[in-house]
Design a protein around this ligand. Structure first.
Ligand code: ATP
Ligand code: MG
Length: 651
């Protein structure tokens, strides 16, 4: 066999054709690409018809004042009506919308008819509390059904919600309440986390003390723990919502009416209030949820493990799935409470068919061991999704094998808070998938990779990911700061949206995401992506997770420093470190060999599970570690720093 055919064979091995039965019955076929290419706006106008409009739009895109887009501008709709009422009217009121699974093991299933009543009552309560169309409401809740109800109630009365992740500090909440100028805050006494009640209300009390514009705090009782109450300001959810009528007539709002503000997680700087509006957002959230997961609402049980406080929770727990009439699982707690098989127990209990999770979770499951998912019946699964970071090929293969039984296609979905919905992803009934690649722009979406001058790179080239056409669920601006919106996303490359991510195109033109542009390293004049070095490290049997940064270096410009978490059985030795270095050299070439490899117990991550490389860069460059307020666990940095002197001697 010639070397060339051997190489092709190896390449073939890393491709996975869609399962024949799924492809035969898929919601979307390959024809969608051609259709959207022939008439992009016609394609989106057709997708908008999956919604129920009070006034059908006659316009599709108004791009006369770029980068400020208007989609379906003369249409009117109520987003909550689309997510709830219309399914009841269509005779599906008895279908379960949410199977809620609390961390302590309590559970309840809520049908669409029940959800309609709850949302209507909550909408009436908001009105009683003085909330009007155009207002902002901050939501600070655990993963409980009331979070979904609260968001939909806001949408129903035309108030924009600003959901703040329940793990954020009082200061972080206060700055977000102030920036959005919210007049109501919806929170709870607490939620269950790692086997015990964890309070939320104290952070709101502290935050609201700095926010005089807040008129009321609406409090859900979840844990029953002792909770301070401010007379006149605080209101129990069960009191005020409980006594409302379940009748509420939804009013139609303009397609461009604000639906929500969501602050990005802040891995790169001061949080930005990303503004999304109604008609275009819901169109793309619903379309992508149905196309990318091949959702069959009558039979599928869908589960997205993201928190409601992230955009993934907004678009793929609340708006996309509910607009499509899906049945889904909502889980309150952590994946290892009370045991490390909790997720798989939930999949088995509800017969989950579609699972959407993040690479950080998948790498954690790999670290815990194959034997844990093996104890559960996962045969109901048929489509697996990934989002949040580039997924290392090794983790992709593990996910497919140990969770997907080597039969489920994996959709690696690239998108951002700013894009509102998925942009680049395989289609499970169409795409021959490649581990580690998000592959190509979805139908109706324009994405490519450009060089420094904004020229499209040829197949095989690398550079910056850009979006070349406006899309329905695009952010409309940064709340209160149009100039920052223009500067951040639309100034780097003329007429194109700059995503801030590095990417490359392979020989087939498929797109591979390489992490944030800020994270790309320049070593002896070569651009090397942190993602590729991390994936090379994770492909070694002793490595469970890796984070790579470029640290200033006198001779090479930047030197590659790798922080690795070893797998259960591996132990830290000089030989292992040398072996890992050689392994990276053999995989990517000698230039990519890390100068230093530091085994650590944990990596600094945001609360959505993303690695915070800028903090590791501080450590690698012996600087004081920067802002750690968005870290899930700030003690991790102390642990890592304490390792440094010993590790330094490895050079
Ligand atoms: P901030 O913008 O505040 O730094 P963030 O970018 O982490 O926070 P999100 O909008 O939730 O907030 O994340 C979007 C980013 O996540 C993308 O720009 C990309 O870097 C990464 N990402 C998401 N999905 C994928 C994916 N499938 N493959 C590669 N990277 C992904
Ligand atoms: Mg971002």
């Amino acid at each position: 066999m010639s070397n060339e055919s051997l190489a092709n064979l190896l390449k073939e091995e890393r491709r996975f054709a869609p399962p024949a039965d799924l492809a035969a019955a898929a919601n979307v076929t390959g024809a969608a690409y051609a259709q959207a290419e022939a008439d992009r706006l016609g394609f989106w106008a057709e997708q908008a018809r999956r919604l129920t409009w009070a006034t059908e739009p006659t316009q599709t895109l108004d791009w006369t004042n770029p980068p400020f887009a208007k989609w379906f501008a003369d249409g009117k709709l109520n987003v909550a009506y689309n997510c709830v009422d219309r399914h009841v009217e269509a005779g599906n009121g008895d279908r379960v919308a949410l199977h809620f699974e609390g961390e302590p093991g309590d559970s309840r299933s809520i049908t669409y008819a029940e959800l309609k009543d709850e949302v209507s009552k909550a909408a009436n309560a908001l009105t009683e509390l003085g909330v009007q169309a155009g207002d902002r409401v901050a939501v600070y809740l655990p993963m409980i059904p009331e979070a979904v109800v609260a968001m939909l109630a806001c949408a129903r009365v035309g108030a924009a919600h600003s959901v703040v992740f329940g793990g954020f500090s009082a200061d972080a909440v206060a700055s977000r309440i102030q920036d959005a100028d919210a007049k109501l805050v919806i929170t709870s006494d607490g939620g269950y986390r790692r086997g015990k009640p964890s309070a939320l209300k104290p952070a709101i009390d502290e935050a609201v003390a700095k926010c005089p514009q807040v008129e009321h705090v609406l409090v859900v009782r979840r844990t029953g723990q002792d909770t301070a109450f401010t007379e006149g300001r605080d209101v129990w959810w069960h009191d005020i919502v409980g006594r409302q009528s379940a009748e509420h007539t939804p009013q139609a709002f303009d397609a461009e009416h604000p639906l929500f503000i969501l602050y990005t997680s802040g891995t790169t700087g001061k949080p930005k209030g990303i503004l999304h509006t109604s008609g275009g957002y819901l169109t793309q959230a619903a379309y992508t949820h149905q196309a990318v997961f091949d959702l069959k609402p009558e039979t599928d049980v869908y589960w997205c493990t993201a928190d409601i406080g992230w955009v993934t929770g907004h678009s793929y727990i609340v708006y996309g799935p509910l607009a499509n009439g899906a049945t889904q699982v909502m889980y309150e707690g952590t994946p290892d409470t009370p045991h490390q098989g909790r997720f798989w127990e939930v999949v088995q209990k509800y017969g989950v068919t579609i699972l959407y999770t993040a690479p950080t979770a998948i790498r954690t499951f790999m670290k815990w061991g194959d034997d844990i998912p093996a104890k559960f019946d996962l045969s109901s699964l048929r489509v697996l999704g990934s989002v949040g970071e580039p997924i290392n090929p090794e983790a992709w293969i593990w996910y497919r094998k140990h969770i997907g039984g080597d039969r489920c296609p994996i959709v690696d979905t690239w998108w951002q808070t700013e894009t509102g919905a998925m942009m680049i992803s395989p289609l499970p009934g169409v795409t021959e998938t490649k581990p580690g690649s998000a592959q190509r722009a979805l139908p109706g979406i324009g994405a490519t990779v450009v060089d420094d001058e904004g020229r499209e790179v040829p197949d095989g080239g690398g550079g910056y990911l850009v979006l070349t056409e406006p899309w329905p669920s695009m952010l409309r601006t940064i709340w209160g700061d149009d100039q920052r919106f223009i500067d951040t996303y639309w100034s780097r490359f003329e007429g194109k949206y700059f995503a801030g991510d590095g990417a490359k195109k392979d020989e087939d033109g498929d797109i591979w995401l390489l992490g944030r542009v800020d994270d790309v390293m320049l070593v002896s004049g070569h651009n090397i992506s942190t993602t590729e070095v991390e994936s090379a490290l994770v492909s070694h049997p002793s490595v469970a997770e890796a984070a790579v940064v470029g640290a200033n270096d006198e001779t090479t410009g930047q030197a590659i420093v790798a922080f690795v978490i070893l797998r259960g059985s591996a132990s830290e030795t000089q030989t292992l470190v040398a072996e890992l270095r050689d392994h990276v050299g053999a995989t990517l070439g000698p230039i990519a060999k890390p100068k230093r490899i530091l085994p650590v117990q944990e990596l600094p991550k945001t609360r959505s599970g993303k690695i915070m490389r800028r903090l590791l860069r501080d450590v690698a460059e012996n600087r004081t570690v920067g802002d750690v307020t968005t870290l899930a666990d700030s003690s991790v940095m102390d642990l890592i720093q304490s390792k440094l002197p010993a590790a330094g001697s490895e050079d």
